[in-house]
Design a binder for this molecule. Structure first.
Ligand code: PLP
Length: 383
């Protein structure tokens, strides 16, 4: 019998030969960040750093800086309650619950709300954490073509007398950068008695005229969704996640959601950073407006160069290149020129759609975007 090591080497060789091998690469601090989800550049914001230091100094004297225990034991602090109240008001819902990550939030939420008697209508391009949450729930899944309300209608209209029906979608799709028709989905869910769950992670902090809380605000459906998931390691610039929704849903999660119950509490340290991020977002819309303007500018330029940026509409700008090795080679050339752009390959994106995923940030300059387009054109010529 083969040893495990030899067996794994063989499997890795297969991954290598399909151009899908991955290794961890340090982020170069000098390169311009066109890769992370820190769209508003909050991770580098001096106000966030100052607030965090001040809070730590104030609190460290009287309270522990972390809460290494689950929330239902000693891991609950007044900061959790305070921040969750602020997050609920931000998102426009009755209540909110913080999770250590978006992956855990989706996994726990979906497997808590749905069971084998239920069915779930899910977009073909939903994030892996949604797919895994659905799998764990045992619900019957109906995968519909990407952003297709007519297909959703057909799925919802099919009778399902046994259990509940859920409709689950991302709002701003993480890989294609396009936007789900959330208002249509909310109407359809209500028409057919389904419960709508939205992963608003990539839109949080970027969309919504009054609070900037996301696309659920932009479409005015915050109170029509059964639950809204927001990752905090994207526009909010920190890490962690929260689920927002009706009080009953949140109370139910506290009692039933395994990825919330059986894990260490999110440390107050992270909560201070999130509080600061919320404050900065609340203080004005200029930053998100600038971000969306820059995104439109980049997309216009790339399309003028004849590149396929799909139907993207926010700061995630995909450039479809098709073949894995080509996408890798172009991304490498851009990094050699000081621009941190990464190639995405299957299984992260569908086979044959390897791409650059350019992430625009509010602090990018017009010159940086112009240079990116120029170097990209050269790299495409050369590869
Ligand atoms: C749409 C979406 N949901 C959930 C997640 C998972 O969030 P986290 O990174 O906080 O685990 C991601 C990506 O990271 C995502 O793109």
């Amino acid at each position: 019998m083969r040893t495990l090591g030899r067996e794994l080497e063989r499997r890795l060789e297969r991954i290598r030969s399909s151009g899908l091998y991955r290794s961890l690469e340090d982020a170069s601090p000098e390169a311009v960040d066109f890769c992370s989800n820190d769209y508003l550049d909050l991770s580098r914001d001096p106000r966030l750093r100052a607030f965090l230091i001040e809070r730590l100094e104030e609190e460290a004297a009287v309270r522990p800086v972390s809460a290494p225990s689950s929330r239902l034991l000693r891991g609950n602090t007044p900061h959790h309650r305070l921040l969750e109240g602020k997050l609920a008001r931000f998102k426009g819902t009755e209540a909110a619950l913080v999770f250590p990550s978006g992956y855990q939030a989706n996994l726990g939420l979906l497997s808590a709300l749905m069971g084998p008697r239920d069915r779930v209508v899910s977009d073909r391009l939903n994030h892996a954490s949604i797919i895994d949450g659905i799998r764990l729930s045992g619900a019957r899944k109906i995968i519909h073509p990407h952003r297709d309300p007519e297909a959703v209608r057909t799925a919802l209209a099919t009778p399902h007398p046994r259990g509940r029906t859920f409709l689950v979608t991302e709002s701003l799709f993480s890989m294609d950068g396009d936007i789900a028709p959330l208002d249509r989905y909310a109407d359809l869910a209500e028409e057919w008695g389904a419960d709508l769950i939205v992963d608003d992670s990539h839109a949080t902090g970027l969309f919504g005229d009054s609070r900037g809380s996301g696309l659920t605000e932009h479409f005015g459906i915050e109170k029509r969704a059964a639950a809204i998931v927001s990752g905090c390691g994207k526009g909010l610039g920190v890490a962690g996640a929260f689920v927002a929704g009706p009080r009953t849903v949140i109370d139910y999660l506290v009692n039933v959601c395994r990825s919330f119950i059986f894990t260490t509490s999110t440390p107050p340290l992270l909560l201070y950073a999130l509080e600061a991020a919320l404050e900065i977002i609340r203080s004005g819309a200029e930053r998100r407006e600038r971000l969306l303007e820059l995104s439109r500018r980049l997309r216009r330029q790339l399309r003028a160069q004849g590149l396929d940026t799909l139907d993207s509409a926010g700061p995630i700008v995909p450039v479809i290149l098709g073949e894995n090795r080509r996408a890798l080679a172009v991304a490498r050339r851009l990094r050699e020129q000081g621009m941190d752009v990464r190639a995405l390959r299957p299984p992260t994106v569908p086979s044959g759609t390897a791409r650059l995923r350019i992430s625009v940030h509010a602090n990018h300059t017009d010159e940086q975007l112009d240079r990116l387009c120029r170097v990209l054109a050269e790299a495409l010529e050369a590869v």
